[in-house]
Design a protein around this ligand. Structure first.
Ligand code: PLP
Length: 347
């Protein structure tokens, strides 16, 4: 048969399939997941799920989970939209609040998935570089006039937080929606859910990091009921699967203390790891997340050395205003010790 190949969406031509630049290693400190593991109640729930429960569809918009998440944050369930990872929420919001060809404004550097989702939705990225103190001017951001402004606080990959006054100025002046990604807020910085009263803010949270459920893909957005309804339309039904929903409900009901305990340990180990890095001659950027960004002269060299020791970290080359850097996830101290020993060992 010599039928012509199906036409593909024009803007997909330059898109390559996402592949995180990390090889598997004995110790993986590259993706900022919960290195202590998953909450015990979630594991128990998955192991004991009645088999027939997965023969039927879950609720199309995860209403029980939305109610529990709303309770957890003290907001109305109509202010919560759940998705297949917070990536799903961000992707859906890009469809809900912009037309193809529109701009998404974001700081640089920030979450590497944002340019990807912008492109797959036919949107353009306009980035505004951080100043030397990891701040940005609200005027510069607002001058873009983008219908979607993406802010991440604490920011991936820098670990820095955005000033509250900056965020409030952006929200006040925005002509469209402001997506505030708080995937790491459990580890530092202000919770910005109160800003949702503006009716222009979608706060994005995830159960992939502090909650230890990355493999189940559960994220959610918090916003005004109108914002949430728009994201739900773009998202479509049945995105959170039944197993993930059951495990998330168990973790929220029984293991918030377990999660808090691991957050405390991560924060302690972050401080200790930062000091030890400094004593090795590194200058890590002070972090409010469960990872630390460490500027280095040539990240290829350090990556090789760590890999020889069986350790994977996330390497960045030539980040705006920073240069080469390693992003290292924080976990149990034994892992951090192993990483420090490898970094401190002679070439
Ligand atoms: C890890 C991460 C997420 C979480 O993505 P999920 O799809 O929920 O796993 C969201 N935003 C940022 C900035 C992240 O680093």
């Amino acid at each position: 048969m010599s039928a012509p190949r199906p036409r593909q969406r024009e803007c997909y031509r330059e898109i390559t399939v996402y592949s995180p630049p990390v090889e598997s290693c004995a110790l993986d400190l590259s993706d900022n997941t919960n290195l202590w593991g998953a909450p015990p109640s979630a594991l128990w729930t998955i192991n004991s799920l009645a088999m027939e429960s997965i023969a039927r569809y879950p609720q199309p918009y995860s209403n029980v989970l939305r109610e529990r998440i709303a309770e957890y944050h003290g907001v109305d369930p109509a202010m919560i939209v759940a998705g297949c990872g917070s990536d799903d929420i961000i992707d859906s919001a890009m469809r809900a609040f912009a037309e193809p060809g529109d701009a998404v404004c974001m700081p640089d550097p920030t979450f590497s998935m944002i340019p990807y989702f912008a492109r797959t939705n036919g949107l353009r990225i306009v980035s505004v570089p951080f100043d030397s103190a990891f701040g940005i001017s609200a005027e510069d951001v607002l001058a873009v006039g983008a219908p979607i402004i993406y802010l991440c606080s604490p920011n991936n990959p820098t670990g820095t937080t955005l000033a509250r006054s900056f965020i409030e100025a952006v929200v006040d002046g925005a002509s469209g929606v402001v997506i505030i990604d708080q995937a790491y807020v459990d580890f530092g910085g202000d919770c910005l859910i109160p800003l949702t009263v503006s009716g222009r803010v979608l706060v994005v949270r995830t159960m992939s990091k502090a909650f230890g459920l990355a493999g189940l893909r559960i994220g959610y957005g918090v916003g005004s009921p109108e914002i949430v309804a728009a994201v739900e339309k773009a998202r479509g039904p049945y995105k959170v699967n039944a197993v993930a929903e059951a495990a998330a409900l168990a973790a929220l009901a029984e293991d918030t203390d377990w999660v808090k305990g691991r957050i405390r340990e991560a924060i302690e180990n972050r401080a200790r790891f930062t000091l030890e890095l400094e004593s090795l001659g590194y200058a890590p950027i002070p972090s409010a997340a469960n990872f630390v960004l460490v500027p280095v002269r040539d990240c290829a060299e350090d990556v090789k050395r760590l890999r020889r020791a069986g350790i994977a970290v996330r390497a960045f080359t030539n980040l705006a205003g920073i240069g080469d850097a390693l992003r290292i996830s924080i976990g149990p101290w034994k892992m951090m010790r192993q990483c420090l020993d490898a970094l401190g060992s002679p070439e």
